[in-house]
Ligand binder design. Structure first.
Ligand code: TNX
Length: 525
C-alpha cells in the first residue's frame, strides 16, 4: 500500500510538471469549479452553517496534527486517501500554520462528534478524541470532489466549501453485521468492507462467526470446530476459518477505522457445524453430517447435558480473551428445535458466562422471551407485520432496562432483494428498495419502547446467496448509507427528498472507489 502511494506521488509530481502547473499550483483549465455544498453529506450532519471562502488544497498543504499518536494516526489515514489522487506530498506534521488541522479539544462534541471549520486559510477539524477526528475526516472526504477517491493523479482543483459543521451522532450503536458463516470471507475481504463502513461513520462490526453451515473462529480447546466445522459453506465450497491471529488482525484493522468488533456465536440453534464437529454435544451422541443448504431452525445444542456448558464456557472464554470490545453476541434466534422451557433454561445458564468473562450480552430479540441479563442488548429483527405480542415482549424488556438495537428485516436487512429482478439476495422479508430502507424513524419504530432504550441501528448482511465482495457491495450500496444515516443523524434532518440528492452524490465516489452498487431508479444519480 505504502509503496503504491509513493509511486503515485511521484507520478503526480511528474504530471504537474508536465502540465506546467508546478510553480503556481493553478487549476488546470476545467472551468470554474464550485465546491460541494457543505450539507451534501451522508449521514446528514447535525448542523451546517455555510459561508465564507472555500479552502483549497494545494501542493503546499500540510496536514497538521497535535503531537499525540492517535491524532497523528488519523492524519496519516487522511494523507493516504489524499496523496494518490492529488499527487501532493501532504506531510503530516505538528508544525506550521494553515492547511488541514486535526485538533483535540474538550468541547461539546461528545465521544464521537466533531466540528469542521473551513475557510480561505484552512480546514480545522476539532474533536474530543480520535474517533471524532476520524468521523470529521469522512465528512471532509465527501466535501472534496469524488475524484479524490481515485488511486491515480487527478486534475482537481481540490476545494472545500467555506463554513462550519457541528456534528454528533444520535446513537452510539451504528452497526453492520457480516455473516461469514454461510459463506466465508477472507481477512482482506472483511477489511475491504470495514473501509466501506467507515465512510458512513459505522462504529460496530458484528461478525456472525458460527451457524449451521460453518464455524469460523479457531477455539484451541475444541479444535475440530474450525478445522472440521469450518471446512465447508453454503453450496459445498471450501469454507474456511479465522485463526486467532487472523481474528486479532480484523479487530486491529477495525479499531484503526474506529469500529468495535462484536463477535457472535449463535446458540442454542444455528449450531449444526458445532454438532457435526463433536458427537458428544448432541443429545443422542451422534454427530450429524456437515450442512451446506440454506434451511434454518433444525439444530440445537443439547440443553440438558453438562458438557454443553463446558463447551459454551470454553468458547466464550477464548473469544472474550481475543475481543477488546465490550460486547459478546450469543445469537438466540430461530431456536425452533429447542423447547421454550429449554431455551429459557439455556439462556439463564449462558448469560452469566458472558458476564464472567467481562462482556455485555447481546442477543437477537428472541432473547426477550427469556430473561435478559442486566444491561443486555436485544437486536430486533422483526418486520412491520411482526405480531403485536412479539413487539410488546421486546417493549416490556426495554422498559425493564434491556437496550434495543434496531435491525428491522424489511428495512435494513441488506440481503433482501431490492426488486423481484435483483439477481442476488432473499425475499422472505419482502422487497426492500432504497426509499423503504431509509424512510423510517428508529425513535418511534417500536411501540412502547422508551426512546432512551434505543441504542441504535444495525444493518445485517446474511450471505446465503452472497460469496464475493462485489456481491456484498451490490446489496449494501446504497442501503447501508441510509441505515448509517438513521443511526447518526438527528431526526430533524430526515427527509427522502433531501436524502436522495445527497445519496446520488455518493455514486461517483463509489465508482471512484471501485464499489459495486445498485443504481436504484429511485435515486437521481
Ligand atoms: C433470518 S435474522 C436469520 C438468518 C438468516 C436470515 C436471512 C436472524 C437472526 N436469523 O439465519 O440468514 O434470516 O435473511
Amino acid at each position: 500500500m505504502r509503496q503504491r502511494h509513493r509511486t503515485f506521488r511521484l507520478l503526480g509530481s511528474l504530471l504537474l510538471v508536465a502540465m506546467g502547473a508546478s510553480a503556481t499550483g493553478a487549476a488546470p483549465a476545467r472551468g470554474p469549479a464550485s465546491p460541494t455544498p457543505l450539507d451534501r453529506v451522508v449521514p446528514a450532519p447535525a448542523s451546517v452553517d455555510p459561508g465564507g471562502s472555500p479552502y483549497r488544497i494545494t501542493r503546499d498543504t500540510r496536514i497538521r496534527v497535535d503531537d499525540s499518536r492517535e491524532t497523528r494516526r488519523v492524519g496519516e489515514y487522511l494523507a493516504d486517501i489524499l496523496r494518490p489522487s492529488t499527487g501532493y506530498r501532504l506531510p503530516v506534521t505538528a508544525h506550521g500554520s494553515g492547511g488541514i488541522r486535526l485538533r483535540l479539544a474538550k468541547g461539546t462534541f461528545g465521544a464521537e462528534g466533531y466540528r469542521l471549520d473551513s475557510g480561505r486559510g484552512g480546514v480545522t477539524i476539532t474533536a474530543a478524541g480520535a474517533a471524532g477526528l476520524f468521523h470529521g475526516v469522512q465528512t471532509l472526504r465527501q466535501l472534496l470532489p469524488a475524484a479524490v477517491e481515485k488511486d491515480s493523479v487527478q486534475p482537481g482543483p481540490w476545494l472545500v466549501a467555506g463554513g462550519t459543521i457541528k456534528d454528533t451522532p444520535r446513537y452510539g450503536w451504528r452497526g453492520a453485521m457480516l455473516d461469514v458463516s454461510r459463506h466465508f470471507f477472507t481477512v482482506d475481504q472483511v477489511k475491504r468492507y470495514v473501509d466501506q463502513l467507515a465512510l458512513y461513520k459505522i462504529n460496530k462490526l458484528h461478525l456472525h462467526l458460527s451457524d449451521d453451515q460453518g464455524w469460523r473462529i479457531a477455539i484451541d480447546s475444541w479444535p475440530r470446530l474450525a478445522s472440521y466445522g469450518g471446512s465447508t459453506q453454503v453450496g459445498g465450497g471450501a469454507g474456511g476459518y479465522y485463526t486467532k491471529a487472523d481474528y486479532k488482525e480484523i479487530v486491529r484493522y477495525a479499531a484503526s477505522r474506529h469500529l468495535e468488533v462484536v463477535p457472535e456465536i449463535d446458540m442454542p440453534g444455528h449450531t449444526n457445524a458445532a454438532l457435526a464437529s463433536y458427537a458428544e454435544l448432541n443429545c443422542d451422541g451422534v454427530a450429524p453430517p456437515l450442512y451446506t443448504g440454506t434451511e434454518v431452525g433444525f439444530s440445537s445444542l443439547c440443553v440438558g447435558k453438562d458438557i454443553t456448558y463446558d463447551f459454551v464456557d470454553d468458547v466464550i472464554r477464548e473469544l472474550a480473551a481475543l475481543t477488546p470490545g465490550r460486547y459478546l453476541h450469543i445469537g438466540g434466534d430461530e431456536a425452533h428445535s429447542t423447547s421454550h422451557e429449554d431455551y429459557v433454561r439455556f439462556m439463564e445458564r449462558v448469560q452469566p458466562v458472558v458476564a464472567k468473562y467481562g462482556k455485555t450480552v447481546v442477543g437477537w430479540h428472541q432473547l426477550t422471551g427469556a430473561t435478559p441479563a442486566a444491561g443486555a442488548v436485544a437486536q430486533y429483527w422483526g418486520l412491520d407485520s411482526t405480531s403485536a405480542e412479539e413487539k410488546a415482549q421486546v417493549a416490556k424488556a426495554a422498559r425493564n432496562g434491556t437496550g434495543v438495537v434496531l435491525s428491522p428485516a424489511d428495512r435494513v436487512y441488506l440481503d433482501m432483494k431490492y426488486t423481484a429482478d435483483t439477481p442476488l439476495g432473499l425475499d422472505w422479508a419482502g422487497l426492500v428498495e432504497v426509499k423503504r430502507s431509509y424512510d423510517w424513524d428508529p425513535g418511534d419504530y417500536l411501540p412502547g419502547v422508551p426512546a432512551s432504550a434505543i441504542r441504535g441501528v444495525e444493518a445485517p448482511m446474511w450471505t446465503e446467496t452472497l460469496s464475493r465482495s462485489a456481491d456484498l457491495e451490490y446489496m449494501a450500496f446504497p442501503r447501508l448509507a441510509g441505515a448509517a444515516e438513521l443511526g447518526w443523524s438527528p431526526a430533524s434532518t430526515h427527509g427522502w427528498e433531501g436524502y436522495k440528492v445527497r445519496l446520488a452524490a455518493q455514486g461517483p465516489r463509489w465508482e471512484a472507489l471501485g464499489i459495486n452498487f445498485y443504481r436504484s431508479p429511485q435515486v437521481p444519480w
